[in-house]
Design a protein around this ligand. Structure first.
Ligand code: 5RP
Length: 232
């Protein structure tokens, strides 16, 4: 197992410890969340009662694999806790997400939760956001025109592909990955991108993370705010 996979396992297992009996949770997307789901599945098999609202079709598959009971929005619009991964986390706990293309559902689910907990291996902790290409979800209609407006903010952008075909999100949209290099004001950029007609959502998660589980000097720690941060 690689060091990164070992870290994903550790933070995923630690996150499962934050789920309490009777909770309704948001179930994130990605390989780190997969380790969380595996650990949560073990706790459910031992008797923990949990219901999960998925953040993607892939997240639904994860729930099925690990026997995590699923709900949808007709059951509740309020979640106790949302647990998800991240592609980059800055010292102010702003994040880039959407490497797996699930940013829209991930943001909707996170915004419905009382508490949002993110899990990340050390490679995700950055001094400033923007090395990871920022995913921007765009409706297909007129996406060429929307991309031109996006290019005014970030000329280095590309429509995401998968298997030689355009990548299509769970909501039927395209994603443009935008290489900013460095994002100094994520909140301002999120607002500017959101103002472009045709942009559905971008992968900037600003002010969303209540807590982060990561490794510091090889030890799993829970960061509950900017004062706990050691990197950057
Ligand atoms: C998917 C996401 C994931 O949380 C993010 O890409 C991290 O994935 P991984 O844990 O596989 O590195 O935002 O849209």
């Amino acid at each position: 197992m690689s060091e990164q996979d070992r870290q994903k396992q550790l933070v995923g297992e630690a996150a499962a410890g934050h789920v309490e009996d009777g909770m309704t949770i948001g179930l994130g997307t990605g390989s780190t969340v997969e380790r969380f789901a595996e650990s949560l599945g073990r706790r459910i098999a031992e008797g923990l009662s949990v219901r999960a609202l998925p953040t993607s079709e892939a997240s639904i598959d994860l729930a099925h694999r690990f026997d995590i009971p699923l709900i949808d929005w007709t059951v509740t619009t309020h979640l106790d806790l949302c647990i998800d991964g991240a592609d980059e986390v800055a010292p102010d706990l702003s994040m880039i997400k959407g490497g797996g293309g699930a940013l829209l559902w991930e943001k909707i689910v996170a915004s419905a939760a009382s508490r949002r907990l993110y899990i990340a291996d050390s490679s995700k902790l950055v001094g400033a956001l923007g090395t990871f290409p920022l995913p921007v979800e765009v409706v297909r209609f007129g996406h060429q025109a929307t991309a031109e407006k996006l290019a005014a903010h970030c000329p280095d952008l590309a429509r995401r592909e998968k298997g030689g075909e355009p990548f299509v999100t769970d909501s039927g949209n395209f994603i443009y990955d935008c290489r900013f290099g460095r994002i100094d004001d994520p909140a301002a950029l999120e607002a500017a991108l959101g103002a472009i007609p045709g942009v559905v959502e971008c992968g900037l998660f600003v002010g969303m993370a209540d807590s982060l589980i990561a490794l510091r000097d090889g030890v799993v720690v829970t960061v509950d705010g900017q004062t706990d941060v050691w990197w950057g």
